[in-house]
Design a binder for this molecule. Structure first.
Ligand code: G1P
Ligand code: ZN
Length: 542
């Protein structure tokens, strides 16, 4: 029976680029999740009888919210929901399922790389029919709706068994519990030369993949161990846990330290990789060789033609503004366009839909292509493995060879976390006030060539996004970028992106910290980070 439940709005349900992310306790308030889901449905038209894809990264509250969404989707008139078995779907697999099933859209339950558990984070994100995150006009409409909602519709029914593959009904709506991995793994097998990778592994190539007790465990086990023949144990932390085993499922050298230490040790395997909570990010480390995400994007783009799915070449490369310029040089060399977009995957989606770009990436360890409309961690790992299987060189040798052709973009990101919001905003405001005065001045980083607040005109629809981060460009090609995170759940996070370019004839073998030291000082001088935040060093350097 359909019930209409009276409710009152919550003032804090503003979805960001990655959906609505809040503490689990916030989501546990009566009606909180249901209010948001109803607000999403209220902003959509034409979904009656259509398909909704549903799944999440397995974090705490995943199963409960899946049941709520199923009962609400039925009460609102969806014809069918495809739900990943046990409520599991990685973000890229959900994107693929939406596209492959012709679904109207999908709800992905995740807070990405944020920790999970009763005191940690949860999230709900709506993706549209192209498989990508809802555009801003949709999320704005959802937010507006959350502020006035006064009831939601839900079916009074027993919970659905989401652990057994098969079909059942809630009211008039079909619920199909599907294998979350199979279709995704099949797609990967189309894109990459699995036979070549299997042969490389059979000949003794070793790898270690850290699933961080998050969603990629089942995907990695099926693909790396079963389909590619890597020995069991290749996938570590392979069972998705509601609290990710108390780990922070963010695949960087800080939070994936165990993998990093293994890769730097004497007994390191040939290749190491990790993915995040919901499977869209990646970390790539060769034996004794960490690859920055910006460099990884450049190497993948330069070598993508070695994989069957990209044998015809790339239409274009897109990177977010704070991502290093390493990919720009590859695009130039290939004679294809390079798009510099604001942070966040949704800007890439438009370029991919328009057929203007094939490969996209962000410095925050997100890389992907036009195969789905989300970034994709396992995809990046497989493209690396395909390249290694063809080139038969080590990761370190591939990096050296790459820099010898294109030069090297030394790069690091410094995050200052949990700053009081007003302090962080004051710092950015002070920076913006200096923009016109900075050019021509000198500091530890050298002479400033130009300074601006990044604005982007989307070439697909001419829409303009302003205030996307302050860029300070130096005469020698170095760069410092300041922006505030849009995804944090506690206070504000200041991100400082530091980049120094050395051409192919320069010193390509420095330590990154050594190469960047003058620019790190310059960032302090220009933004007075310590003065504004009271912090004398970043919380995290990646
Ligand atoms: C962060 C990353 C950004 C990524 C986003 C979603 O956003 O920096 O590249 O698209 O997470 O995964 P931020 O917190 O910087 O706004
Ligand atoms: Zn993620």
């Amino acid at each position: 029976m359909i019930q209409t439940v009276p409710t009152t709005p919550f003032p804090d349900q503003k979805p960001g680029t990655s959906g609505l992310r809040k503490k689990v306790r916030t989501f546990q308030q009566p009606h909180y999740a249901a209010n948001f889901v109803q607000s999403v449905f209220d902003c959509l038209t034409g979904f009656e009888g259509q398909t909704l894809v549903l799944g999440g990264d397995g974090r705490y509250l995943n199963r409960e919210v899946i049941q709520i969404v199923l009962k609400m989707a039925a009460a609102n008139g969806f014809g069918r929901v495809l739900v990943g078995q046990s409520g599991i779907l990685s973000t890229p697999a959900a994107s693929h399922l939406i596209r492959a099933s012709g679904a109207f859209g999908g709800l992905i339950l995740s807070a990405s790389h944020n920790p999970g558990g009763p005191d940690e984070d949860f999230g709900i994100k709506y993706n549209v029919g192209n498989g990508g995150p809802a555009p801003e006009k949709v999320t704005d409409a959802i937010h507006a709706r959350t502020l006035v909602i006064d009831s939601y519709r839900i079916i009074d029914a027993d919970d659905v068994d989401i652990d057994t593959i098969g079909s059942s009904m809630i009211g008039d709506m079909a619920v199909e519990v599907v294998d979350p991995v199979a279709a995704y793994a099949d797609m990967m097998e189309q894109l990459f030369d699995f036979a070549a990778v299997r042969e490389m592994i059979a000949q003794g190539f070793t790898l270690s993949f850290d699933a961080m007790s998050a969603v990629t465990g089942p995907y990695a086990t099926e693909i790396f161990e079963r389909r590619l023949g890597a020995p069991s144990g290749t996938v570590c932390n392979g069972t998705p846990l509601p609290d990710f085993g108390h780990h922070h499922p963010d695949p960087n050298i800080v939070h994936a330290k165990t993998l990093y230490d293994l890769m730097m040790s004497d007994g390191a395997p040939n290749f190491g990789a990790a993915s995040d909570g919901d499977g869209d990010r990646n970390l790539i480390i060769g034996r004794h060789c960490y690859v920055t995400p910006s460099d990884s994007l450049a190497v993948l783009a330069a070598n993508a033609h070695l994989a069957p799915g990209y044998a015809n070449g790339l239409k274009g490369i897109a990177r977010s503004m704070p991502t290093s310029g390493a990919a720009d040089r590859v695009a130039e060399n290939l004679g294809i366009p390079l798009y510099e977009t604001p942070t966040g995957w949704k800007f890439f989606g438009n370029l991919l839909d328009a057929g203007m770009a094939t490969i996209c990436g962000e410095e925050s360890a997100g890389t992907g292509s036009d195969h789905v409309r989300e970034k994709d961690g396992i995809w990046a790992v497989l493209l690396w493995l395909n390249i290694l299987a063809v080139r038969r060189q080590s990761v370190a040798d591939i990096m050296q060879a790459h820099w010898a052709i294109y030069g090297r973009n030394y790069y690091a990101r410094h995050d200052y976390e949990a700053i009081a919001k007003d302090r962080a905003e004051a710092l950015m405001a002070a920076l913006r006030d200096q923009l016109t005065n900075l050019p021509g001045t000198s500091n530890s980083g050298g002479r400033v060539k130009s300074a601006d607040d990044f604005a982007y005109t989307d070439p697909t629809d001419q829409s303009i996004s302003r205030n996307q981060g302050v860029r300070i460009l130096f005469e020698d090609g170095s760069r410092i970028v300041f922006r505030l995170s849009g995804t944090g759940t506690q206070g504000a996070t200041l991100r400082v992106y530091i980049e120094r370019y050395i051409d192919q004839n320069g010193n390509l073998g420095m330590e990154t910290s050594e190469a960047l030291a003058p620019l790190v000082s310059a960032a302090q001088e220009i933004a007075d980070i310590t003065g504004f935040t009271g912090m004398d060093r970043p919380s995290v350097i990646t």
